[in-house]
Design a protein around this ligand. Structure first.
Ligand SMILES: Nc1ncnc2c1ncn2[C@@H]1O[C@H](COP(=O)(O)OP(=O)(O)OP(=O)(O)O)[C@@H](O)[C@H]1O
Ligand SMILES: [Mg+2]
Length: 278
């Protein structure tokens, strides 16, 4: 059962030293258990939106409601919001600061008034959920990029979040690292009911999600299930975005007279229909 978890009502944001709006009148509801991808060209406001969702920035106009906490009005509850909505950033090397993996995961838990015993349990659980139990005492700089991002994710999980936002968290990783991180977040979404919001430029990655939001010029351009959003090929192309390879191919073949369905997005779907034309 999906319930509304974050609500944005007519939010607007302008950076103090900037003349145009980074976020221009966006309203939307994010539900529990969703897996959302946010797409959009450079400078379209994706990272700004992410920071507003977890209280790193406060909107100038409008209201953000996270788990019944209203921002910016109830800004004294900002630490609670940051606990509920965790963020993973692009560069794995900027996110780990401690001497060992377990100390890094512990970092956010300190100052939370949790007993040492409970902290240990939380750390072990978090490392187990990202599959890094055996790396507990390893120094973070010995890890691969993908493993570093998973430690960052474990640090968030230890705080018992409801939402994890990944801001291009896989873009600096090699294909193996990408796959590891994506599998991890997919499992957290499915097994732990954590809402995932991933900002990405990778069309294939959006196919993991059940909802795609496309931003352009600080505005919400498209919002819906992947098949619906990705079928707007011309609109996406017009703002400089690609569509998945399978959609593109189906499109070209359709022009050549093969009656492919409009909503093909995965290679499996393409192949399945291709067979019927032989
Ligand atoms: N710290 C800042 N100070 C001033 N303007 C900023 C700042 N950060 C972002 N902006 C501006 O706000 C707008 C939205 O930027 P944002 O970083 O949210 O875009 P984005 O969609 O995340 O882009 P990218 O794909 O490059 O990461 C852009 O016009 C950008 O120039
Ligand atoms: Mg960004």
């Amino acid at each position: 059962m999906m319930k509304p978890y974050i609500q944005l009502k007519n939010i607007t944001y302008c950076y103090p030293n900037n003349s145009h709006l980074a976020i221009n009148n966006i309203s939307m509801t994010i539900y529990t258990h969703q897996f959302i991808s946010i797409l959009g060209p450079n400078g379209s406001g994706k990272s700004t939106l992410a920071k507003i969702l977890n209280g790193l920035l406060f909107c100038d106009e409008g209201v953000v409601i996270v788990d019944a906490i209203q921002l910016p009005e109830e800004r004294e509850q900002i630490w609670e919001v940051r606990k509920l909505v965790g963020m993973v950033f692009q560069n794995p090397d900027n996110q780990l600061i401690a001497n060992t993996v377990e100390e890094d995961v512990a970092f956010g838990l300190e100052n939370q008034g949790i007993s040492i015993d409970k902290m240990r349990i939380r750390i072990d659980e978090a490392l187990d959920k990202v599959g890094l139990t055996s790396y507990k005492t390893v120094e973070p700089h010995h890890l691969s990029g993908g493993q570093k991002q998973k430690v960052a994710i474990a640090g968030i999980i230890a705080m018992k979040p409801k939402v994890i936002i990944l801001d291009e968290a896989t873009s600096m990783l090699d294909p193996k690292g990408r796959k590891e991180v994506l599998q991890t977040v997919k499992q957290l979404n499915e097994n732990e009911n954590i809402t995932i919001i991933q900002i990405t430029h990778d069309m294939q990655e959006t196919l993991l999600s059940d909802r795609i939001i496309v931003m352009n010029n600080g505005e919400l351009l498209l919002d819906g299930p992947p098949k619906k959003v990705l079928s707007k090929r011309e609109l996406l192309h017009s703002i400089g975005l690609d569509v998945p390879l399978a959609s593109e191919l189906a499109d070209r073949l359709r022009e050549k007279g093969f009656p492919f369905s409009e909503d093909i997005v995965t290679e499996e779907e393409l192949v399945r229909e291709l067979w019927t034309f032989l």
